[in-house]
Design a binder for this molecule. Sequence first.
Ligand code: CA
Length: 241
Amino acid sequence: MTAQRWPMARVLVVEDEGRMATLLARGLGEEGYAVDVAVTGPEALSRATEHPYDAIVLDVMLPGASGVEVCRELRRRERWTPVVMVTARDAIWDRIAGLDSGADDYVVKPFAFSELAARVRALIRRGAREAAVLEVGTLRLDPVQRKVWRDGAEVALSRREFALLELMMRHAGEVLSRAAILEHVWGTSDHPRSNIVDQYIAYLRSKVDRGFGHRDIETLSGIGYRLRTPPPLPLPADGGA
Ligand code: CA
């Protein structure tokens, strides 16, 4: 049974294989969405730029431009419609590149339609991201363009340093254990260099903290690390100018 939705959410399906496109369009239509289909990268890009879709189901292998390129370009144009990337089986690189490009989720072919529908539903419920750029105090990080600024100045970070800072900014104010950092940034619970996390924290500190006269990356001895959140701004006084 289809839940009542008003106004009807609109989904763009980007898929060049005719049978698959028909299947997805029909299935999502039965879920209660208005569905459009695009069959090339450039067509997807122009449609998604012009129309405010609620979600995009984006195949990676497309004529004209890949799904990864389409997604990256959409984000560059500041179109934040949630994207579910559809990748080939075992193409792990695709998945990583897909998420790096600003996709919100992915499914791997072959997939059960119910799985895709559940992801589309979850993304529509969550809504478009207001902004992709993270801000904590005077630190800014753009996960799509992979850029970092401190006090307005761009800072060059290595890939690991970037991943570490992104993790800390997404969890600003929370204590992150060394084990949690290792798991998220290195994808392992067991690194041959036991002090690797501390080493990278030190690199990060010298690049985004000390170099700018800040001390926002805190060490909680024996527990882990925390990125300090700025104190709330003072409320403007009543009747102030
Ligand atoms: Ca394809």
